[in-house]
Design a protein around this ligand. Structure first.
Ligand code: NDP
Length: 332
């Protein structure tokens, strides 16, 4: 595979040009392009420029609103409710996250419930926007059903990711951001395309029997990580990003939103002010735990890989497959 090296500025310019050509206005294009740019900067390739065609295709087809103007519908107590205007989630975050951070700082804890947005990205960018402001944060979104319940074989849950972040003064935050399926859907699709086996435990065939045949998994169901424990997380995410905020469950998304690519739905984001809950020592207390964990050889914190990449890419730029580069150039 031949690769093309781009500076981070070139990544941004390419993403902006593709989104603009697809019909996104400047605000939408900037918010979405910056999300892909952050992923490329951090070596999170699956949510970088690889997603450009999906974003642009959804805007061109009218499935996503490239001129979305998300609004805060209400703010009562510690809850902010937003209408995403059928745009991509990063556009809603531009208004929603500053409001959420301000509320969490006064209330100690606050929730942002975004309805009618398409989440086609990783969750760590919004969590990190909050940890950068000294807040702990969690984020949840669901997607069309690909994953079975423990003991079942039917597709009932999306790959339903969740993320949790903890601020570390003067250091990159600790952020984990993970799907509740054992493997990403894209990984199973790539295995099917390339004729490889899927990892053990990745899914079941249409008969419900565990298999490593990726084609059987694609026509059957992916498995949650950790059997019933991961299934419980997938269930929780489905409820938090669905019924709790007046949005769709994964099953309902599957009924109303066919096909691959960005799916309709919502997002719940929670923010916590450590000093309001645990007192002035809360973050220092967390640091003592991290110090203990990191004293063991072979241990790193979640988010550490991205932070290491981020220290290199401003100088070195990023490598993307030349075929991907050409595909995006054709979109501009
Ligand atoms: P991974 O399994 O690659 O990583 C999950 C987390 O584990 C990351 O925070 C990672 O940190 C951390 N981690 C990995 N290895 C270690 C280690 N050895 N020690 C400590 N921490 C470690 O992620 P997934 O494949 O589950 O998910 C990938 C992405 O896909 C996520 O960003 C998720 O939000 C996104 N997604 C989005 C969906 C949507 O609908 N929008 C649907 C499903 C997934 P690090 O990054 O530092 O390696």
């Amino acid at each position: 595979m031949t690769e093309t090296r781009l500076t981070l500025d070139e990544v941004m310019d390419l993403a902006l040009a593709a989104l603009g050509a697809a019909g996104a206005d400047v605000t939408n294009a900037n918010a979405i392009a910056r999300t892909m740019w952050r992923a490329e900067r951090d070596g999170a390739k699956s949510h970088g420029l690889f997603r450009a065609a999906g974003y642009c295709g959804a805007i061109r087809s009218g499935k996503a609103n490239g001129r979305a103007a998300p609004t805060i519908a209400s703010q009562e107590g510690a809850v902010i409710r937003m209408e995403g205007d059928n745009g991509f989630a990063p556009v809603a975050h531009m208004t929603g996250l500053p409001a959420l951070a301000a509320l969490a700082k006064t209330q100690g804890v606050a929730a942002l419930a975004i309805r009618r947005c398409l989440h086609y990205a990783a969750l760590w960018p919004e969590v990190e926007t909050l940890t950068d402001q000294g807040l702990a944060a969690m984020a949840f979104t669901s997607s069309p059903p690909y994953v079975h319940m423990a003991g079942g074989r039917k597709r009932v849950f999306g790959t339903n990711p969740m993320a949790f972040g903890w601020p570390r003064p003067g250091k990159p935050p600790m952020i984990f951001d993970q799907a509740s399926s054992l493997t990403a859907r894209g990984e199973v699709m790539i295995a099917a395309r390339d004729g490889h086996e899927a990892p053990q435990g990745a899914g079941v065939g249409p008969d419900g029997a565990p298999t490593t045949d990726p084609k059987a998994i694609l026509s059957g169901a992916q498995s949650p990580f950790g059997d019933y424990k991961g299934a419980a997380i997938a269930l929780m995410v489905d409820l938090l990003a669905g019924p709790l905020i007046g949005e769709l469950t994964s099953l309902e998304t599957g009924e109303q939103d066919v096909g691959e690519g960005p799916s309709i739905g919502g997002q719940l984001i929670l923010a916590f002010a450590p000093e309001r809950l645990g007192g002035a020592d809360a973050l220092a207390h967390g640091e003592r735990l991290f110090e203990e964990l990191l004293s063991e050889p072979g241990v790193r914190l979640p988010g550490g890989r991205r932070a290491a990449e981020r220290s290199k890419t401003p100088e070195e730029g990023v490598l993307i497959p030349t075929s991907l580069y050409e595909e995006i150039r054709e979109l501009t």
